[in-house]
Design a protein. Structure first.
Length: 127
């Protein structure tokens, strides 16, 4: 069985053999076009404001991890950033999926996080 989409539902209504006013037909056809356009661009194009903010936050989390000498718990990163553990945990999970953070299990089965790659020193730091 094929999943019914909004577009296919509108197509069914528009092709049905019953009376509908020209105004209703016009509105339904406009809605169908709008849904088709949205589906066409879904997942492409530039990120939304919320997505850009989330990416920037993940970069802050990663930068904060570089300030620790050893792998740390999520709560330590959250405390350093002044953010909730939940928000930092979500960022760490995504960073792990991207291969930027390594998660290990420490004593008492505590999750510890560290950057996947060592920090790159800038020319300013070297000289």
């Amino acid at each position: 069985m094929t999943k019914m989409t909004y577009v296919s539902a509108l197509e069914s209504v528009l092709s049905a053999e019953f009376e509908m006013t020209a105004e209703v037909r016009e509105k339904l056809e406009a809605l169908k076009v709008s849904l088709e356009k949205r589906a066409q661009y879904k997942g492409s194009g530039k990120p939304t404001k919320a997505q850009r903010e989330a990416m920037a936050f993940r970069e802050m989390v990663l930068e904060t991890l570089y300030t620790f000498e050893e792998p740390v718990q999520c709560g330590e990163v959250a405390k350093a950033l002044g953010e909730s553990g939940q928000k930092v945990s979500a960022a760490l999970r995504i960073l792990g999926q991207e291969g930027k953070v390594v998660k290990t299990v420490g004593a008492k089965k505590v999750s510890l996080f560290a950057p996947a790659e060592p920090a790159v020193a800038t020319e300013e730091e070297e000289g």
